[in-house]
Design a protein around this ligand. Structure first.
Ligand SMILES: Cc1cc2nc3c(=O)[nH]c(=O)nc-3n(C[C@H](O)[C@H](O)[C@H](O)COP(=O)(O)OP(=O)(O)OC[C@H]3O[C@@H](n4cnc5c(N)ncnc54)[C@H](O)[C@@H]3O)c2cc1C
Length: 398
């Protein structure tokens, strides 16, 4: 990474609409820090987040009702704008005089039937903020980055880590290795099913200047029943993603803690190794079905680009921030479960607290390796079903 990077911007949601009171409190603190940071806040856009659903009896409608009540309590009723009908949901984006697409024109009926907008939520330019943090780190003499060669493996003697070996063969000794490699963590330490890498489909659509003006004040819009998540126009494009069951990419690798054995893991397949990959056909079709109803002008527009983006998921959606269960000198800081970005201003301190043994008991318990709880926070539910094998269905850009 560095100022020479040429990745396009990407935006993520910042909000505290968690049903789980612990995450709600942490998210509130993190959001305030971003708002009060003169550098980060330049890239924060408080345009609200709308949660819609089809209103039919299902776990998604149930979650929608629960999150609405939670949002009213946490953010205050003055920040909640309810949209009780299909037309109101549509008009919230397209203006009061607009007319929603007739249901007869939609295969499978309408899905954007009721919604609420939480005006306190925001979106943020993730790339710019990471750059700001990187630049700050570069000014701290004790911080140095080694770019260009990833960690190949962690060296372990007995049950004590000694440091890491990079892919280019460089040996780095360290008293403590923090595994914060997101969906790539499973190759560095054995995590079994405690953390599972899952890929999700994301696409970007270019908008005209007139469209950017027309939709500039829209909120981030998420449909819990279909899984679609769509951002307002930002730098000439709209980001769309889907909370589908996701994809896996099964590979056989050496067991990180016993190289004489092999294990199968899901491992991120990205455009770095497979530059022509584009999202599977069913993912594109599902996104377009949503667009046809809620953003009809974009329903048939070519995607500028699409990606499978990888997250590190845990069964409960809780992060994994804890010492390695059996190897001294390794600390785990992974399991972001698709919702960790918003904690960026505070998560580093919490990782340090965890390493120093000063993390609050409730967070020690929440982020522990061995957990009894199977309760899942449903603030950002995935669609039902198991992840599909990506290599069987991935398509290629011609
Ligand atoms: C499509 C999508 C949308 C999301 N939207 C939101 C949102 O709106 N709000 C929100 O709060 N969260 C969101 N998230 C989740 C959020 O992005 C993650 O929870 C967060 O990025 C996790 O941070 P991390 O540092 O643990 O892992 P990552 O961000 O995945 O970072 C891991 C880093 O480790 C590096 N790495 C991997 N292997 C090695 C190695 N061997 N050696 C050296 N470096 C290595 C990788 O290159 C990468 O830079 C979203 C995630 C996705 C995929």
């Amino acid at each position: 990474m560095g100022s020479q990077t040429s990745f396009p911007s990407t935006v993520v949601v910042i909000g505290a609409d968690y049903v789980d009171p612990i995450y709600a409190q942490l998210a509130k603190v993190a959001q305030k820090k971003i708002q009060e940071d003169p550098d980060l806040s330049r890239f924060l856009f408080q345009q609200g987040v709308t949660f819609a659903c089809d209103g039919h009896p299902s776990r998604f409608t149930k979650i929608w009702k629960t999150t609405l009540e939670t949002a009213k309590t946490l953010s205050g009723p003055e920040n909640i704008v309810e949209q009780l009908t299909r037309d109101q949901v549509y008009q919230h984006i397209h203006g009061e005089s607009s007319q929603s697409v007739p249901t007869s024109e939609l295969k499978g009926g309408s899905r954007w039937n009721q919604a609420y907008c939480n005006l306190s939520a925001a979106f943020i330019d993730a790339k710019e903020c990471i750059q700001i943090y990187y630049d700050r780190c570069m000014k701290v003499p004790s911080i140095s980055f080694r770019c260009g060669s990833a960690v190949d493996h962690i060296t372990v003697v007995g049950s004590q880590s000694q440091g890491v070996v990079l892919e280019n063969g460089t040996n780095i000794t360290a008293d403590m290795v923090i595994v914060a490699a997101g969906a790539w963590s499973n190759k560095l330490v054995y995590l079994g099913n405690r953390v599972v890498p899952v890929g999700h489909e994301v696409a970007w659509v270019k908008v005209t200047e007139e469209e950017a003006r027309r939709w500039k004040d829209m909120s981030i819009s998420t449909n819990l029943s279909t899984g679609l998540n769509m951002f307002p126009p930002y730098r000439g494009e709209i980001k769309i993603l889907r909370r589908s069951p996701g994809y896996k990419n099964t590979v056989v690798v050496a067991h990180p803690e016993d190289p004489t054995k092999q294990i199968s893991i899901s491992w991120p397949r990205t455009i770095v190794s497979n530059p022509t990959d584009i999202i599977p056909a069913d993912a594109e079709a599902a996104m377009r079905a949503d667009l046809r109803e809620i953003m009809p002008d974009l329903a048939d527009r070519p995607f500028d680009r699409s990606r499978i983006c990888w997250i590190s998921t845990t069964p409960t959606g809780d992060f994994l921030i804890t010492p390695h269960p059996s190897i001294a000198g390794i600390h785990l800081a992974t399991g972001g479960s698709a919702h960790a970005w918003k904690f960026m201003p505070i998560i580093g301190d919490l990782v340090v607290d965890s390493m120093e043994g000063s993390l609050s008991p409730e967070l020690v318990d929440k982020w522990a390796f061995h957990k009894d709880s199977t309760a899942k926070d449903e603030s950002s539910p995935r669609m039902d079903g198991d992840p599909e094998e990506l290599k069987d269905i991935v398509r290629h850009r011609l």
